[in-house]
Ligand binder design. Structure first.
Ligand code: WT7
Length: 671
């Protein structure tokens, strides 16, 4: 790695990762891409920023099917945005009906691969064409209607990653109900809290879901959720009066007469004729809960037309989606990535979207590569945490399969360390696939900063440049843009169509969290640096930025340095209060298979970090661990690691933790 440069900034955020490799797009890719040159991108970008309303208005007319055309592009009364005012449309119509009289009608909308059986027998496979998916969505929408669900009612979806999850989402969209998908790995308590927060009327679940050969008791969790009571003895989830149950695992469950109904039985009472609701542009489409700095779940909500436009355009241009692509986003529908880039974005483009139900290492660590080969996947969109796991499992697994169908790779969820980027590029992409490192958030609805493949020269670890119509800036405490190469807070200057419209039921929290930190702009919560070429380098959440002896250091950068050591599989760095330095850096490190945690290795790693990014970033303490505490979406739970590092009892919400035992082992290892 090149020599680090430590650039102090107005905010005191110091960005010390300096990666100088540049990968130019190949001519071949560029010639065939939707957008063919950097000049074309720059021209369109400049146009979009000069007059965003004109730009978005033109695209909304061109790209979306409207029942009633909109009268005004944007009505902005900070922090409340109304896009495409006066227009009426429907997301399900834009994703399905519009393809019915075209050659796309009989192409695969969804390709689904089920989890393989525990004895290694292949999983089930289902393919739904646009016509079939449309029919299933209409039928299920009629089921919802039969149960009294209508426009504006909330529906909680708690399903495994099966086609019915997409069907249920689109069915809600069709009738104007608001869905809130809760990831199947969440507990009964989380389900109850979310039902209570949004007042969901109906729950859609399954008897069970498969997870590494075991059955996750989804229906049982819903039963428990509906029985939970608050301190006053009142049922927490009292608003939910009906439960539709999909039969997936045939496990033994309890069906409560009058409340619980089998999905397949309900279909017997309905037809496939369901006229779509003509919804206002700003009709809420979904609520998705995300963790905030407090324990209370934060219901981020998105609306109809703007969200659809944002996901449609970014899907097409960032993934360069073509009719012949087999596109695979590995996220679960329980996360925003699953909403925007597994369901809505691809379907709005008439693309083929692949869904895989299971884990990447079940039954063996080549599961993903097997699927890529089997279906001839052309575009793969996954997360750095998965990529690092694959690196750890070894190159032999991808090498067993023919991955030549791949033409484009994507990354999302956290900064990708250059080491993982290079591995992804070489071992998975065979050196020929561009990587789109896409920066965005649940709140932004769609990708905000990302390379365009075939266009943007790539720098490993940088999300590069903004998407059309998006104006990100790196600013100081006063909201003033900092000079190039200085660190600061990442903000977005102007409203954009797919932005969140609020925190469900809590406008004050919406204002406080996003619109007060830097006046009159949207605050992302991320630290960032823009380099001399204007490329954005995300340093991580501001919360994860530590002040060590007067230097603010992004933990992600230290982690990246640690992971570039040949022995290290994964690393998480947190702060521990320190009398001398303010904060000391504590690194939790997991080693690659076959490497032993020898005491000398600690010193070696500290020296390695010092060499990579300077002595200021040298961890004070390195703790070897078998595993790190993660949420089920793979985010390291730093809050918990901080408590372990500080040697205090681990307290607070641990319900989103994937494997609780990890904590016990970590605490023991530290003694
Ligand atoms: C946070 C948002 C976006 C869908 C999945 C996560 C981090 C996300 C990147 C990236 C660096 C990234 C940011 C952001 N993040 N993508 N490409 N490079 N950081 O959604 O749970 O709402 O998390 O994830 O810190 O703020 P989310």
């Amino acid at each position: 790695m090149p020599k680090p440069s430590v650039a102090p900034a107005a905010t005191g955020i110091t960005s010390i990762l300096n990666e100088s490799r540049v990968f130019k797009p190949s001519k071949d890719f560029a010639e065939r891409a939707h957008i063919k040159s950097l000049a074309a991108y720059k021209k369109l970008y400049a146009e979009s920023i000069k007059d965003p309303e004109k730009f978005w208005g033109r695209l909304a007319n061109q790209e979306l099917v409207w029942f009633t055309p909109f009268k005004k592009v944007l009505q902005w009364k900070e922090p409340v945005a109304k896009w495409f005012v006066g227009g009426r449309t429907n997301v399900a119509v834009n994703c399905l009906d519009r393809w019915l009289d075209t050659p796309i009608a009989n192409k695969a909308a969804l390709i689904w691969e089920g989890e393989p059986a525990s004895d290694g027998r292949p999983g089930e496979e289902r393919i739904l064409t646009y016509k079939q998916l449309h029919r299933e969505v209409c039928r299920f929408a009629n089921v919802l209607k039969r149960h009294g669900v209508g426009k504006g009612d909330r529906v909680l979806i708690y399903l495994p990653l099966v086609p019915e999850a997409a069907i249920a989402m689109l069915a809600c969209a069709r009738i104007g109900a608001v869905h809130s998908v809760v990831f199947g790995g969440f507990s009964a308590q989380s389900v109850a809290d979310r039902i209570a927060d949004c007042g969901a009327k109906l729950v859609v679940t399954a008897d069970g879901g498969y997870r590494r050969g075991a059955i996750v008791q989804l229906k049982k969790n819903v039963d428990d959720a509906l029985n939970l009571r608050d301190a006053q003895g009142k049922a927490l989830a009292a608003s939910a009066t009906a439960v539709i149950v999909l039969r997936r695992c045939y496990n033994d469950i309890h069906m409560q007469e009058g409340r619980d109904f089998w999905w397949h039985r309900e279909l017997e009472y309905v037809t496939a004729d369901c006229p779509p609701a003509k919804l206002e542009s700003e009709a809420p489409l979904f609520i998705l809960y995300t963790s905030g700095s407090t324990g209370k779940p934060k219901g981020i909500f998105h609306t109809t037309a703007g969200y659809l436009l944002g996901t449609k355009l970014t899907s097409r241009y960032v993934f360069d989606l073509k009719p012949e692509d087999v596109y695979w986003c590995t996220a679960d529908v329980g996360w925003v990535t699953g909403h925007s880039y597994l369901v809505y974005g691809p379907l709005a483009n008439g693309a083929t979207s692949l869904m895989y139900e299971g884990a990447p290492n079940w039954p063996e660590p080549d599961r993903f590569w097997r699927i890529v080969e089997k279906f001839g996947v052309t575009i793969l969109y996954t997360a750095p945490t998965a990529i690092r796991a694959f690196m750890k499992w070894g190159d032999e697994w991808p090498k067993k399969h023919n991955l030549r169908s791949l033409r484009l790779l994507g990354s999302v969820g956290e900064p990708i360390n250059p080491e993982a980027w290079m591995w992804y590029h070489e071992v998975i992409g065979g050196g020929r696939c561009p990587i789109v490192d896409t920066w965005w958030q649940t709140e932004t609805g769609a990708i905000m900063i990302s390379p365009l493949p075939g266009v943007t020269p790539l720098k490993p670890g940088s999300a590069t440049l903004p998407f059309f119509g998006i104006q990100p800036e790196v600013v100081d405490e006063q909201g003033v843009e900092v000079p190039r190469n200085a660190g600061g807070k990442l903000i977005i200057r102007k409203p954009w169509p797919s932005m969140l419209r609020g925190v469900w039921g809590d406008p004050e929290r919406f204002k406080q969290t996003y619109w007060t930190e830097v006046p009159h702009t949207y605050f992302t919560g991320d630290g960032c640096r823009q380099d001399q070429d204007g490329y954005f380098w995300i340093v991580g959440r501001i919360d994860d930025v530590l002040n060590v002896a007067g230097h603010r250091i992004g933990t992600a950068e230290v982690e990246s340095a640690l992971v570039s050591h040949p022995s290290v599989a994964e690393a998480a760095v947190v702060g521990r209060p320190d009398e001398l330095k303010g904060q000391a850096l504590v690194a939790f490190v997991t080693l690659k298979s076959g490497i032993h945690a020898k005491p000398e290795l600690r010193d070696e790693l500290r020296q390695h970090v010092a060499k990579e990014i300077g002595p200021v970033a040298k961890p004070d303490d390195i703790r070897f661990a078998e595993g790190l505490p993660k949420t089920r979406s793979g985010k390291i739970m730093r809050r918990l690691l901080k408590q372990v590092a500080a040697g205090v009892e681990v307290k607070g919400d641990t319900t989103t933790l994937e494997d609780f035992n990890v904590l016990t082992r970590l605490a023991q290892a530290s003694e």
